[in-house]
Every structure is written in C-alpha cells, then in structure tokens.
Design a protein around this ligand. Structure first.
Ligand code: GAP
Length: 515
C-alpha cells in the first residue's frame, strides 16, 4: 500500500478510536488545530511522563518549571523573535495558495531522493542477495544524476537561506521548475518574510491595552527564571530546567495532521553550562536523546540525525532527531547549543544581571545553554505511526481476516488491561468488576462486556490495549483467568492474584529507562 494511503488510514483510525479529533469540527474545523480524545489524552499524558521522568528522576541536577504562557513583550524582542522569527513565504498567483518557499524546495529535493530510493529498491529486487547497495549508489548513472541535481539545489538553497537572499530563493523555485500543487502553474510572487507569532492585547481599555504574544516556544520562560531556580534550588553548573507547555505559531503551511500545528505542546530542557563546555554537553545530550527515542523499540533504522546547515540566530551547533514518517524522514526533536545568546540578550534589555557566581573560581559569568526541544504532538504522531499495523489472519475455517492493531509500547498505552466477562450472566460481570476494583489504582483498566470475545479483542487491538483478561466459568471455581497478549495473540491461564504484578512489570517506565 502507498505510504500516503497508510497515513490517511492512520488519521481516520485516530478519529474513529477517540485519539485525535479535528478542532471545532461541527463548524467545519479550524485549520491545523486538533483536539485529543479519550485515548489520545492518555497517550499524550504518558508521553509527557516518559519525558518528564527521564529528565527529572534520572538526573539529579535537572529540575522542573511551569512558567506562564503570557510573558512581558520585551522578552520576545530580546530573544529575537519579534525581528527574526519568520518563514519565507511565496504565493501562487493562479491558485492564490500560499506556501513556505523553503518547504517547496525541500519537498522538491525529497521527491528526487524518493526517486533514488525507488531505483535502489528495484535493483535490490533484481539482484537479490548479491546486491551491493553502496556500490549501486556510487555507480548507477540515474542515481548519480539525481544526486547531482539534489546537491546543486541544496548548495544554492543553503547559501540563499544563510544570506537571507529572498530573490535567490525565488529563483531556485523557478529554475527547478517547481509548480503549485493546486494550479500546476509556475506563476509565483516574490518571496517575503512572515512573522509566526500570534499576538493579542492585554488590558481592559483600548487605550491602556498592550500588545502581547502567545509564546512560540516554552524556552524563554526558562531563561527568564533561571536565576530564580538556581538561587532557590542552590543549583551548581551544570544544571538543567525542564518544562512542558503549550506553544503557538501561525504556521503558513499547516499540514500532515498533527505534525505541524498552530497550537501545540513542547517539552523543553535548558541545560546551563560553563562557557567553553557547551559543545561537549551538546554531544552528550545528542546521544542521550537518541537513546530515549530508540528505547521505545521502533527500530534504530527509523531514526537519524540531521545536522543544521543553517544555524538559528541563537545557536553555535544544532541537530535534529528525525523519524521516518510515511511522508519521509522529518524532525521530531531539536538539540541546540544556544550559547549565551538568550541570557545575554535578556540581561542587556532588562538591565538586570543574569550572571552565575561560581563558588569555586569566585567568578561571575553568563552561562552557556544546551537545549533539547521536542514536540509532544510530533512524538505522539511518531508513536502512533510506528505502532499502526494491519495484519492478515487466517480464521479457523481457512478464510482470511484482517486486524488493525496499535502496537504501542505497553508503558505508553492508554488502557493497559481490558477485563471481559465471557457472558453477561452467572456472576461473571461481578467477578470481572472485582478484578478491576483491585487493580484500578495502579493500572488503567477497562471493563468490556459488549459483543463477542473476538470483536472485543479487535476493539482493544485497535485501541492498543496490550493485555486482555477473560473471566469465564472456571474463574468462579479456581480464581484463574485467561490473559491474552495483544502482539502475539497468545493466551495463558493465570491466577487472578498474579495479574497485577505481571502487568505492572511490563508497563513500568523502568523497563524503558533501563534500555
Ligand atoms: N526552543 C527551540 C524550538 O522551539 P523548534 O525546532 O522550533 O525549536 C522544537 O521546535 C520542536 O517543537 C520541534 O522539533 C517539533 O517537535 C516541535 N514543533 C515545532 N513547531 C511545531 C508545530 N508547528 N507543530 C507541532 N510541533 C512543532
């Protein structure tokens, strides 16, 4: 099945099973804004806990913060967001559609990359076991021509972006023959910069109101509180401050479901270090963050680093952790060495000293910062994408059946255990409810008695519930139940007393952290 179709099915699945709904749906929706349903919110909370605990519990020098979304507007001036937080946009004069010029060029390069991959896959099939992929990539003429095309566009693009040369960006689009996906025409306007911050007004009267921004990143709340935390927590360098919270960006190109939203959530950690040590910490955090992703078990080959050619105004090194989505490798997390840019800028604009006093050297200085920044929603999309599986099964009568299963890591699954009485009579429902009564304080359980057992299993598979327990007549006699495992579909007879311990071991975050 084409990757595009898989993605469409995934979006439909998320809606059908209470994971993600379009916002304001009864009013035809609001572009690039989504609501999380009954299972979505549980998965999201579990993702946040996985991140939070990995930062706060596993590092004794990382502490948390919850700063306000509204902040003094000068913060965004100092951080550079008022002047430089913008995307280059271009309009197609025929379709009147607006695009991010850089995304048009990146998509163009990704399409050529996809052609190369196709060529490789074809050859792999043709040559079988004797296929040497590297040699093929190095020698096949069509691959080499396409690689040359990508390199030529990429080097012009990087130079133009670094020099903020908007005319050259437009020229690349024209020279590459990029057409509007809607009108199919090359009738493009000039490229302009477009600031991504949402603004509103604070104050009760029109005259007294002042312009205020919805934060486009949570990081600035950490920067302006760093000395409060350092002093009250008696923190010594290096130390980190972690925060989870909403961020808002008026994205020009909002698409790919929850990948690029206008209201989203970030999990950010700013790690304050001595000047000169930042690149060493940057390297360490790069490795730690990659491990955190890979511990989920979705396959190391589905992740890669993408080092930035164009550094943001605040960084001296930056990389993205990319995941292989159905629409290609895309950024899930950014790791940035932000130097002393932010603290230095706040110190200058506020006139308040933001220096750290080193008790050992008795020197005062502005620390450098290494940041890890990941979107909760993008992480959510990564997890459901990697977990969504369609399996063909053979029924007892030899006919084929299909099951859709979300193979979520058990620790992240919204519902850990479904308890099902075989029938709605003979005291089985009461027995099933008793099991839940015992476990519900530690494990998210669901009671399910409607439809046949087979249908109930399918429903729980689709939600991603890793364990189902069936209560039958034997249970009344010997206090044993059948436990069924989502991924293998195997079943085992176990004593009711064992269920709690057995499941708690498997769904604990400890397992992920130990990885
Ligand atoms: N403080 C640094 C910062 O905000 P960023 O690369 O702009 O860096 C960090 O954003 C992460 O936030 C991204 O890797 C992505 O996961 C998430 N993110 C950014 N924009 C987003 C959007 N419009 N929708 C969903 N997630 C987004």
């Amino acid at each position: 099945m084409a990757q595009e179709d898989v993605f469409k099915k995934l979006v439909a699945h998320c809606k059908e099973y209470g994971y993600v709904f379009p916002s304001s749906e009864i009013y035809d929706g609001l572009a690039a804004v989504y609501d999380y349903g009954q299972y979505g919110v549980e998965l999201k909370n579990n993702i946040k806990k996985y991140w939070w605990d990995s930062m706060i519990l596993l590092h004794e020098n990382v502490v948390g913060l919850d700063s306000a979304i509204f902040m003094h507007p000068s913060i965004w001036k100092a951080s550079g967001h008022v002047d430089a937080f913008s995307d280059p946009l271009i309009d197609n004069k025929d379709s009147k559609k607006r695009y991010r010029a850089d995304v048009l060029i990146e998509d163009y390069m990704a399409k050529i990359e996809a052609k190369i991959d196709k060529e490789v896959t074809k050859a792999q099939k043709r040559f079988g076991d004797s296929f040497d992929e590297q040699q093929f990539r190095d020698t096949n003429q069509r691959v080499l021509d396409n690689r040359k095309k990508i390199d030529a566009v990429n080097s012009r693009f990087v130079k133009a972006i670094n020099e903020d040369d908007l005319d050259e960006i437009r020229q690349i689009i024209i020279d590459a023959g990029i057409v509007c996906p809607v009108s199919g025409s090359k009738n493009w306007t000039d490229v302009r910069q477009f600031n991504l911050m949402f603004s509103t007004e604070m104050g009760s009267t029109a005259e007294g109101a002042s312009k205020i921004y919805l934060r486009p990143e949570t990081a600035q709340g950490i920067f302006v509180n760093y000395l409060n935390v350092q002093k009250t927590g008696r923190m010594k360098l290096p130390f980190g401050i972690a925060q989870i919270g909403k961020a808002f960006r008026n994205e020009i190109v909002a698409r790919q479901f929850i990948f690029r939203m206008r209201e989203f959530e970030q999990m950010e950690m700013q790690y304050f270090v001595k000047p000169g040590e930042e690149l060493e910490w940057f390297k360490k955090w790069k490795e730690m963050r990659m491990k955190w992703h890979q511990s989920l078990g979705f396959g190391e080959e589905n992740y890669r680093f993408h080092d930035h050619d164009k550094l943001a105004h605040y960084a001296n090194a930056a990389t993205d952790i990319e995941f292989k989505f159905p629409f290609g490798f895309k950024e899930v997390e950014g790791i940035h060495s932000r130097t002393d840019f932010d603290l230095g800028a706040h110190q200058e604009l506020s006139g308040k000293k933001l220096q750290y006093f080193d008790p050992e050297t008795r020197e005062s200085f502005v620390p450098y910062v290494v940041e890890t920044s990941i979107g909760v929603d993008r992480m959510f999309l990564q997890i459901v994408t990697a977990s969504y599986t369609e399996e063909e099964l053979e029924k007892e009568d030899g006919t084929k059946d299909m099951r859709v299963v979300l193979k979520l890591p058990p620790a992240l699954a919204p519902v850990k255990l479904a308890v099902m009485p075989l029938t709605k009579k003979d005291g089985l429902p009461e027995k099933a409810r008793k099991i839940i009564e015992n476990l519900k304080f530690d494990i998210n359980c669901q009671y399910d008695e409607k439809d046949s057992i087979g249908k109930r299993y399918r429903r729980q598979d689709a939600i991603g519930t890793p364990y189902c327990v069936t209560v039958d007549h034997q249970t009344l006699e010997d206090d044993t139940v059948t436990i069924r495992f989502r991924d293998s579909m195997e079943q085992e007879r176990v004593s009711i007393d064992e269920i709690g311990k057995m499941i708690m071991e498997k769904v604990s975050f400890r397992k992920l952290f130990e990885n």
